[in-house]
Design a protein around this ligand. Structure first.
Ligand SMILES: C[S@@+](CC[C@H](N)C(=O)[O-])C[C@H]1O[C@@H](n2cnc3c(N)ncnc32)[C@H](O)[C@@H]1O
Length: 190
């Protein structure tokens, strides 16, 4: 990713006054299946809407993002709520994800396909991967994100063949056409 993209994301978050906001409804709906303890990784988690929610539920959360401004917002909100969220500024296109094992990995509205090769080995045995991302069908209503940032229909499960699919759906939610996946690392995997 070019330095200008990092600056672009920083500028976007700098102009944002409403704070991280509530968790993604998809993530929040998974409350019953998430563990109450363990380590969680929020991949490109922005200002921490999902990271803060996971931390509130008792998980030890690491939030990664390229935007230092987003991480500052998340850190301020974590401190105000007495939550522990560790922020890591990473360019996920060029730098490796932090070492596991993670009980939960969440990746919402960020797509960099090589990461999917890394996710299974970073999960703890029985750990959950949770992904939501727009698909090409989203172009029927919205010009952005552009095609290069979208999943093909049916593509998401094929990116994690080593994991057991717990739930998968595609469809419109809040005017965004998304693929939504929950997958678990089995006891043994290749
Ligand atoms: C659409 S936002 C989603 C943020 C968050 N996951 C959420 O659901 O609120 C995409 C995020 O990806 C981050 N991002 C973009 N490129 C990145 C990169 N190369 N490495 C790490 N984070 C990146 C941006 O800073 C931004 O926070």
């Amino acid at each position: 990713m070019a330095e200008s993209d990092r600056a672009r994301w920083d500028a976007r978050y700098r102009g944002r006054e409403e704070g991280p906001g509530g968790p993604s409804p998809f993530v929040a709906a998974l409350d019953p299946v998430f563990p109450r303890r363990g380590r969680a990784l929020d991949v490109a988690g922005g200002a921490g809407r999902n990271a803060l929610w996971l931390a509130r539920r008792g998980l030890d959360v690491t939030l990664t993002d390229i935007s230092g401004v987003a991480l500052e917002i998340a850190a301020a909100h974590a401190a105000a709520q007495d939550l522990r969220v560790t922020g890591l500024r990473l360019d996920l296109e060029t730098e490796p994800l932090p070492t596991g094992p993670w009980s939960v990995i969440v990746c919402v509205h960020y797509l960099w396909r090589p990461l999917f090769r890394a996710f299974p080995a970073l999960l703890a045995e029985g750990g959950l991967l949770v992904v939501a991302h727009p698909t090409r069908t989203n172009l029927e209503r919205h010009a952005r994100p552009g095609p290069q940032y979208l999943l093909e229909e049916g593509e998401l499960p094929t990116l994690v063949p080593a994991l057991t699919i717990v739930a998968y759906e595609e469809g419109w939610r809040n005017d965004v056409h998304e693929a939504r996946l929950v997958a678990r690392r089995p006891a043994e995997f290749l």
